[in-house]
Design a protein around this ligand. Structure first.
Ligand SMILES: NC(=O)c1ccc[n+]([C@@H]2O[C@H](COP(=O)([O-])OP(=O)(O)OC[C@H]3O[C@@H](n4cnc5c(N)ncnc54)[C@H](O)[C@@H]3O)[C@@H](O)[C@H]2O)c1
Length: 360
């Protein structure tokens, strides 16, 4: 049994605790540390041993796994201290705030006799797995434009997320998930990053972002995360050479519309007269030339119906198997480094108000 301790017993720290307690057989959360006395009281009430100092957790020889769920600016120091103490580390995203910091962490990790991974749990979201399933099936042909959007209307970022010092902002918060997902959709490299980062209501950080990634094989992915959008666009809109699909929301409502006959792309379009005048190009295609199908229903990667802890189930079972030497980690530091490089390019692009060429 792997004995774990949680650093930061807030929203996500408690989520890790609950997910592991409910269903991960090989891991037991034994203890926690938080800077806030109220959070320490909560951990105590949830039957955890509570340390008064972070160093007591690091020094505890009974702990072999540190789960870091503190605000973003404190990750680096905790990762390095835990790895140097020989503990396996699960760190929340964004793992750190710069490429240079991640390289420093990776150097320490290479010397450590322990595993280091990042909680990029959105790789196992149902909507994302449906996108992968449809693209892998070839149903809509080669994808050339993918729109991945999360349009919220909270307007304000909560707590530390609104502060630059803490590594706040929506690019570090949701952008990191959406970029990580985009990189999972193709083996090609990113050739340019063009970012528009808005601070609509935040005084310190970006709170609404639009980032366009171009890939080598002429795939473009638009990533959008908003806190000031009152008419949301679909979560996913995917254009392939032979069809389109849409996933409206996390409930995975949506549809696939594809050509009925892929060899009959052309049809004899007549000019039509619309309220906006005549058009031939935009004349509606006869319904008989397309086919509409529902989104595929899928099981999670462990073969179960999706449930609220599906991603934790997959993530932690992989971690346990990796610690036992029976598997490779699903989320590797090198992958987080790629995401971090793109985030840095996005900051540069927004600053210069132009796209930046790259090969990442
Ligand atoms: N993977 C996901 O789906 C997901 C979702 C939400 C948050 N997160 C990440 O989890 C981390 C925590 O976010 P949250 O929403 O739980 O925040 P939160 O504010 O709810 O919790 C953070 C906790 O850390 C404590 N804390 C602050 N500084 C600390 C320090 N130096 N040492 C120890 N404890 C400290 C706070 O008192 C608080 O209890 C962030 O990195 C965030 O990006 C990930």
């Amino acid at each position: 049994m792997i004995q774990a301790a949680i650093l930061g017993y807030g929203g996500m720290g408690k989520w890790h605790h609950n997910a592991i307690r409910e269903q991960i057989e090989g891991v037991q959360v034994q203890s926690a540390y938080d800077v806030r006395p109220e959070a320490r009281d909560e951990a105590r009430a949830n039957n955890l041993t509570v340390y008064e100092r972070a160093q007591d957790l690091i020094d505890d020889p009974t702990i072999s796994l540190a789960i870091i769920a503190t605000p973003n600016d404190s990750h680096k120091d905790y990762i390095i201290r835990a790895l140097k103490a020989g503990k396996h580390v699960v760190c929340e995203k964004p793992v750190v705030l710069t490429v240079r910091d991640l390289q420093e962490v990776m150097d320490v990790s290479k010397q450590a006799d322990a595993l280091f991974t990042i909680h990029q749990n959105r790789r196992w979201d149902q909507d994302f797995q449906i996108v992968k399933t449809i693209l892998d099936s070839g149903t809509v042909g080669k994808p050339y434009f993918i729109e991945s959007r999360l349009d919220g209307s909270s307007v304000y970022l909560h707590g530390w997320r609104d502060h630059k010092l803490n590594g706040g902002g929506i690019l570090y918060d949701w952008g990191v998930h959406l970029i990580d997902q985009a990189l999972q959709l193709t083996n090609d490299k990113v050739t340019s990053v063009n970012a528009h980062l808005f601070s609509v209501h935040s005084k310190e950080v970006d709170d609404n972002i639009k980032v366009m990634l171009s890939f080598e094989d002429r795939l473009s992915v638009l990533i959008e995360a908003s806190t000031n959008c009152f008419i949301p666009s679909p979560r996913w809109h995917v254009s392939g050479q032979d069809g389109t699909f849409v996933i409206q929301d996390w409930g995975c409502n949506g549809k696939i519309v594809q050509l009925a006959d892929k060899n009959a792309r052309r049809w004899d379009n007549d000019i039509v007269y619309t309220a906006a005048g005549p058009t031939r190009t935009m004349a509606p295609r006869p319904a008989s030339t397309t086919m509409t199908t529902p989104l595929p229903t899928i099981k999670d990667a462990r073969g179960n119906e999706y449930h609220r802890y599906s991603s934790a189930d997959i993530f932690y079972h992989n971690l346990v198997a990796s610690i036992e030497g029976k598997a490779e980690l699903y989320v590797k530091a090198e992958e987080a480094l790629r995401v971090m490089k793109i985030i840095e390019l996005a900051f540069q692009s927004a600053e210069k108000q132009q796209g930046i060429s790259c090969l990442v």
